[in-house]
Design a protein around this ligand. Structure first.
Ligand code: 56B
Length: 341
């Protein structure tokens, strides 16, 4: 079977054909202008990954790389049915929800002496043990625990068989190429194969595989094994939060029919035409924002300390969505339960 289009080409393929989701040029320009002020700031750079997020590993060693791998293997589907009743994990006196609840639970396990980031452990962890490890400090459990269990066992076994039990060995096989690492991850680990068919074309988003490459780049601080020559070829990560924030900022617009479905909280399935259009248009939108921002930086002669890429835009917009949860309440995100994002 032919290989799917790579994520960037997939996004463009979808965006030019999309019937229910539209990239808004005026919105793209507005977001680029908003980001222009942030670009010289510290929150807009590789260092922000550690300095802004206390739950991200602060080290740049093998343990930190394996922490990133197990987190991104489980990095999907944290949204709750009701906004005011959600899974949350208390760690060092602070309550964390959503994606950060996963990170908090993993730190809590490590502090309890459970070696959750070790492949030999999670290759055979039982469902009961995992339910305890990912337990919520509210009465709402983390979604898809069974799927998380199956994926951990499968991924741990493969990491042991193919990469000596350490993701750093997988990174080292990529010759410091982000695209090679991306291919190695999706070829080796089935749960990362985030693909779809749209208008007869096999396309890919590879959301978890791309964020894994990006988080590996950041945890290694862009140095040594993490000095990927082509890191800027990685696109934004097509999750359910970025489309929401792009719609809130007016860079993406939904058809009336789709908006009605979203407002009703209708469930989508992986590969639905409208779900693919939401994801594809969002990825393409961030590519256009990046292009516009680079043009503005050049025109205005803004000093930048790092090459602006879609990863840094994504991180900034994802954090922005976190910080503006209240303001964004009126903008729905698409509801889906899947293992890809
Ligand atoms: N596009 C994009 N999607 C991201 C992330 C992250 C975490 N990255 C952080 C870690 C290191 C960096 O510092 C980032 O700040 C999680 N997700 C996705 O969001 C959803 C969870 O959302 P909520 O329910 O609100 O917690 C879920 O699909 C999850 O897979 C990102 O960065 N970009």
């Amino acid at each position: 079977m032919e290989a799917p289009l790579p994520p960037r080409e997939s996004a463009e393929f979808v965006a030019v054909r999309s019937q229910d989701v539209f990239v808004e040029k005026a919105g793209v320009d507005r977001v680029a202008e908003m980001l222009l002020e942030k670009v010289p700031g510290r929150e807009f750079g590789l260092g922000g990954w550690k300095s802004l997020h206390e739950l991200n590993p602060q080290a740049a060693d093998e343990d930190a790389v394996n922490w990133v791998f197990v987190v991104d293997t489980l990095n999907f589907s944290f949204w709750s049915e009701q906004e005011d009743r959600k899974c949350a994990v208390k760690y060092k006196g602070k309550m964390y929800s959503g994606y950060w609840a996963l990170c908090a639970a993993i730190h809590r396990a490590l502090d309890e002496g459970i070696p959750l980031t070790r492949a030999s452990y999670y290759a055979t962890v039982t469902l009961d043990q995992l339910q305890h490890i990912l337990r919520s400090d509210t009465d709402v459990p983390m979604p898809l625990i069974e799927e998380r269990h199956q994926i951990l066992n499968e991924t741990g076994k493969i990491l042991l068989e193919k990469f000596g039990g350490s993701f750093l060995n997988c990174v080292r096989k990529s010759d410091k190429s982000a695209q090679k690492l991306l291919s190695l991850v999706v070829e080796s680990f089935p749960s990362y194969r985030d693909v779809a068919v749209y208008q007869g074309k096999r396309i890919s988003f590879y959301k978890r595989a791309q964020i894994l490459v990006a988080d590996t780049w950041c945890v290694l601080e862009g140095k040594g094994d993490g000095c990927f020559s082509d890191i800027s070829s990685i696109t934004m990560f097509a999750d359910y939060r970025l489309p929401q924030v792009l719609a809130y900022l007016g860079a993406v617009r939904y058809s009336d029919e789709l908006l009605k479905k979203l407002l009703k909280g209708e469930m989508f399935s992986s590969g639905d035409k409208q779900e693919v259009e939401i994801r594809g248009c969002s990825v393409w939108c961030v590519e256009l924002i990046r292009d516009r921002l680079l043009k503005l930086v050049e025109e205005k002669g803004v000093k930048i300390c790092i090459e602006i890429n879609s990863i840094l835009l994504d991180y900034y917009l994802w954090d922005y969505a976190r910080d503006h949860r209240e303001d964004m309440k009126g903008i729905p995100f698409h509801r889906i339960r899947c293992i890809y994002y």
